[in-house]
Write a protein that binds this ligand. Structure first.
Ligand code: PMV
Length: 329
């Protein structure tokens, strides 16, 4: 018998080589491969309770009941799980984040990684880690990577079957630090789901996608060798390429703000001084500052001195999605 409630935890991730644009939007098959670090210390906990067969799904986010597009997205995801599992019960999904919304940390990655695990447990879907990654991908492309610990890579894939993430290096391989400098905590006007649809309108997206294999290789090599300067150069180039595509899309997506640019310049200058720090920025204005543990305190001290930095969130290489507990009926 299925458990009445299944609870799973998952962490978000920060992509060093970023995915932007889909090969298949409905299946969320990414246009290019990607490589990320799972962000330990930050967490989403999701409990899924089965309701009566045919009951409407219910979504509770950080204690508040939610309807509209977020519920439709979760319900669409659960409909797929139910179809595969041959089940018909509705579900109550109760999800809590340990980190603030709008912090420049893509919460959909942790949310759908935790939901994929909780739902497959509650609906008795027996899935391998690869199948779980494929399932999470249908909720959010980057969620496929949050299934795994440490440094994680994701191939593009041509179809649903071959588009999934896999672990690349364990968390203790290199204790890199991520300081997220929050310069704006307002919700972004265009989220990544809509943004992916615009990627192909940029005349430079194809160039970015075609060069992604090279960037993956350089990034893998830098991580294996723990070569910070090589890592910094490729991470910053990859982030800049994605923002170049965003800015040159129609309509243009400009996520960077003056404070983001000011931090980008500062971090480059710090590196010239010998501080091992570099930046990467997702679909928003907040700046992830990746640094070595040796330079972490100094990076934190410097970031705290900026008035434009409203908040600092810290993460280190962490664990993949885990089932917490199940309450048997
Ligand atoms: O998983 P999505 O649809 O939220 O897209 C993620 C997009 C980026 O965070 C900007 C890049 C990435 O690879 O995580």
């Amino acid at each position: 018998m299925s458990p009445a409630t299944s609870t799973a935890i998952a962490s978000p991730n920060i992509a060093f080589i970023k995915y932007w644009g889909d090969r298949d939007h409905d299946l969320r098959i990414p246009a290019n491969p990607s490589l990320s670090m799972t962000l330990g210390g930050l967490q989403t906990e999701t409990s899924l309770t089965l309701l009566e067969p045919g009951a409407e799904d219910v979504l509770i986010l950080n204690g508040a009941r939610v309807s509209g597009p977020p519920l439709a997205r979760v319900s669409g995801f659960l409909a797929h799980v139910r179809a595969v599992a041959g089940r018909s019960e509705g579900a109550k999904v109760d999800s809590v984040n340990s980190y603030p919304a709008g912090a420049g940390i893509a919460s959909s990655a942790a949310a759908f990684a935790a939901l994929a695990l909780a739902a497959s447990s509650a609906y008795s879907l027996d899935v391998s880690p690869t199948e779980l990654s494929r399932l999470a991908r249908r909720g959010s492309g980057s969620a496929a990577r949050s299934i795994f610990s440490g440094f994680v890579e994701m191939q593009t894939g041509q179809h649903d079957e071959d588009a999934y993430a896999k672990p690349f290096l364990p968390p203790d391989h290199w204790p890199l630090q991520d300081w997220v400098a929050v310069v704006d905590d307002q919700p972004k006007p265009i989220g990544s789901s809509e943004g992916h649809l615009l990627a192909n309108t940029s005349p430079i997206q194809l160039t970015r996608v075609n060069d992604a294999g090279r960037r993956m290789q350089v990034c893998r090599h830098a991580l294996i060798e723990r070569d910070f300067n090589q890592l910094a150069a490729i991470i910053e180039q990859d982030s800049n390429l994605m923002h170049a595509v965003m800015i040159t899309s129609t309509p243009s997506l400009l996520y960077l703000q003056p404070a983001s640019l000011m931090l980008m310049r500062s971090i480059k200058a710090w590196r010239a001084e010998g501080i091992e720090a570099c930046f990467t920025i997702d679909a928003g204005p907040n700046v992830h500052v990746i640094c070595t543990s040796e330079h972490s305190r100094e990076v934190e001290r410097r970031l705290r001195s900026f008035e434009v930095v409203k908040d600092l969130i810290h993460a280190t290489p962490g664990q993949g999605a885990k089932l917490q507990n199940t309450v048997a009926t």
